[in-house]
Design a protein around this ligand. Structure first.
Ligand SMILES: NC(=O)c1ccc[n+]([C@@H]2O[C@H](COP(=O)([O-])OP(=O)(O)OC[C@H]3O[C@@H](n4cnc5c(N)ncnc54)[C@H](O)[C@@H]3O)[C@@H](O)[C@H]2O)c1
Length: 270
């Protein structure tokens, strides 16, 4: 069987883990053909770890050379990568889902494409239920995210607003609004809000609250949804990944599981 040629944009925490999975776990189905990385040294470190030599190219060249494009870089570029990959009829897996709310050219490209856009569930549980519920009478979707301060610091939201003073176990609500506002304010920290809104009621109708506390050690995402089906409540308590406190370890595992789904003949879940 012909192997699927994979290109990865972003050789950080998630990109490196997926490169490793493709090189070891999924080597009978796929092979790495190129990387795109702002910081070349990260791509070379990854190649050394894998024991391979792979060209580092622009994202446009990467899309040309790959059957499956994986974006694990930034919300500032993910919309362009999705749109360009779909225009070229490629399969594309986007991690920076928030970018798909900021640049929406991919919607038109998807409607004309023979390629496919894949979005992992990431660090939340319950996307399968929301997708089912959307098929009939989904009325309310809310996400409450609780993160340690280091999982939120550096977000554009705090360019204008002071980061709250934290003391003891007290939890502070730093943001309340809809998913579109949440993504603008926290483009690298709240991809789950983007995915939840794309899977459910859309970015304007999905309510988001973000809380922080010095006592938190885990990233927690609580989803509640109501509709004709009844009510869903899910809570995921995520260990931050060792490489990046903003990225939950479950998000890395979820993307690996989605790769398995792409390469497999048996597909589970909605
Ligand atoms: N969907 C989800 O569930 C989920 C969960 C966590 C993180 N994310 C998102 O996935 C992305 C990757 O996360 P990570 O933890 O691996 O981040 P990371 O910071 O560890 O790695 C990102 C890498 O991409 C590179 N990069 C950034 N912009 C680039 C560009 N324009 N071109 C080429 N390389 C570029 C950086 O140099 C870095 O090496 C982030 O955007 C993050 O917000 C998504």
């Amino acid at each position: 069987m012909k192997k699927i040629k994979v290109g990865i944009v972003g050789c950080g925490t998630i990109g490196s883990a997926l490169a490793q999975a493709i090189h070891k776990k999924f080597k009978s189905s796929a092979s790495l053909v190129c990387f795109c990385e702002h910081h070349g040294e990260k791509a070379f470190r990854l190649m050394k770890r894998l024991g391979v030599k792979i060209p580092v190219v622009s994202f446009q060249r990467l899309i040309q050379k790959s059957d499956l494009v994986i974006e694990a870089a930034s919300a500032s570029i993910s919309g362009r990568i999705a749109a360009e990959s779909l225009r070229r009829d490629k399969e594309v897996l986007i991690l920076s889902v928030g970018g798909l709310l900021l640049n929406r050219n991919w919607i038109r490209a998807a409607s004309r494409s023979r390629g496919r856009l894949w979005l992992p569930s990431g660090a939340v549980a319950g996307i399968d239920g929301i997708l089912g519920a959307r098929e009939g009478g989904l009325r309310r979707v809310k996400l409450v995210t609780r993160k340690p301060p280091q999982g939120l610091k550096g977000a554009p939201y705090f360019n204008q607003k002071k980061f709250p003073e934290l003391s003891g176990n007290k939890a502070v609500c730093v943001f309340k609004g809809n998913a579109r506002q949440a993504i603008r304010a926290f483009p690298q920290n709240i991809n789950v809000a983007a995915l939840l809104s794309l899977a459910g009621l859309g970015a304007e109708k999905t309510q988001v609250e973000i809380w922080t506390s010095a006592a938190l050690r885990r990233n927690q995402h609580e989803i509640t949804a109501e509709g004709d089906f009844g009510k869903i409540t899910t809570v995921a308590e995520n260990v931050p990944s060792p490489g990046n406190p903003k990225t939950s370890f479950l998000a890395v595992l979820s993307a690996t599981a989605l790769l398995k789904k792409i390469f497999s003949r048996v597909r589970m879940g909605t």
